[in-house]
Write a protein that binds this ligand. Structure first.
Ligand code: ATP
Ligand code: MG
Length: 353
């Protein structure tokens, strides 16, 4: 029996409602597989934990996470209880950094039954690979002078190491998919970092002669994601550009409640972390209507990452069929509760296995 140790952090708000229910789905998947068992270490780290303990997670928390095969997270943050900069930096960003999760992955796909705002969604299916450790979000810079002369300077940091590993990840992913990588650039306006990024992209590209490559300026790329999203397969982007593209990806899909994300540790020295794109959604807490699909699609990514692609595919098929058959929560225009969606998906997995 292959035992996999998962660190489970439901976090705040709807994360606490959705995560425990999705663990039932993981157990169902394990039962149909037969040869795998998920063991959960559950951690209550959240804003409420902070109010009680004065910290988002205990001092020895990180060492515990390091022991696990993957981290399965719900949502972090509840600005009514704790300011976001404390909750995010004290837990989410801390884990991303200390577990060296240097690449962020977000797929976007047209799902039948989810109303995309696009007139002709045309079956798009793309993945954004975002550099997650440096770039435009650097702490280099400062402010000088005051009054009318005041100046703020923000430097972007692009290392060869980080650019290369992100771009290489994108190419490796494209090998497993339909074989195309689009790079987000802006070398017509940003004269140091972006030509460098383009150069690294080209260099790494020569190692993958069978992959089609193209570069689009970020402004045009944003427009194309709306006008022809089906054109794209893997998109690789710097930290800021990736941030913009991934929100756009969730928007063209039609709902933030279904979008998944993964923070990947590339060396395997620390675990990767899987979290839905949505936040804690305090406005719908306690109503039983939180959409569990974002969390479940996140679980699918975790299965794939753990080498359980068969279970990942089974789960994803069940998710798509469930939505297609109209079993949807309110945010998708349906009438089902969180639990009804979970029950339906569990039943689907059992009948299809
Ligand atoms: P954060 O501050 O972490 O972004 P948030 O409360 O702003 O958290 P978002 O994820 O940004 O939450 O979501 C915005 C709104 O979308 C929520 O307030 C909620 O109404 C809706 N929403 C988000 N996720 C879901 C979900 N899983 N199911 C149903 N509705 C959701
Ligand atoms: Mg928000």
């Amino acid at each position: 029996m292959n035992k996999l140790n998962l660190s489970v952090i439901p976090g705040d708000g709807i994360g606490k409602e959705v995560v425990p229910l999705t663990l039932n789905v993981l157990d169902t998947l394990a039962s149909v597989h037969g040869g795998v068992k998920f063991e959960y270490e559950k951690y209550p780290w959240s804003c409420e934990y902070y109010l009680e303990h004065g910290e988002m997670m205990p001092k020895d928390g990180m060492a515990k996470l390091h022991q696990s095969d993957a981290i399965y997270l719900g949502a972090v943050g509840n600005p009514q209880l704790v300011p976001d900069h404390i909750s995010l930096w004290g837990l989410l960003i801390k884990i991303r950094r200390e577990c060296e999760q240097v690449v962020n992955i977000r797929p976007a796909q047209y799902i039948k039954g989810v109303k995309s705002p696009l007139a002709e969604p045309n079956d798009f299916d793309f993945v954004v690979v975002r550099e997650n450790s440096e770039g435009e979000y650097s702490e280099v810079g400062g402010r000088i002078h005051s009054g009318d002369d005041e100046i703020a300077i923000q430097n972007a940091v692009f290392t060869r190491k980080a650019s290369e590993r992100t771009i290489r990840y994108a190419f490796d992913l494209a090998v497993k998919r339909s074989g195309k990588v689009t790079s987000a650039t802006k070398s017509n306006g940003i004269v140091h970092s972006m030509p460098f990024w383009d150069q690294v992209f080209k260099e790494v590209g020569t190692e993958y002669p069978n992959i089609n490559i193209e570069s689009n300026h970020i402004d045009a790329l944003c427009a194309f994601l709306v006008s022809k999203p089906h054109h794209f397969d893997v998109i690789v982007a710097s930290n800021l550009f990736g941030d913009i593209l991934t929100d756009l990806g969730a928007a063209v899909m039609g709902s933030i409640g279904i979008a998944p994300a993964a923070n990947i540790n590339l060396n395997g020295n620390y675990p990767s972390m899987f979290e839905p794109v949505h936040g804690s959604a305090p406005d719908i807490i306690g109503q039983g209507i939180a959409n569990p699909i974002g969390q479940l699609w996140t679980a699918k990514m975790m299965m794939d990452h753990l080498g359980l692609e068969e279970l990942g595919s089974l789960l994803f098929k069940a998710i798509k069929e469930t939505i297609g058959e109209g079993i949807k929560t309110k945010d998708l225009g349906g009438l089902s509760t969180t639990e009804e969606v979970i029950d339906y998906i569990n039943a689907k997995i059992l009948t299809q296995a």
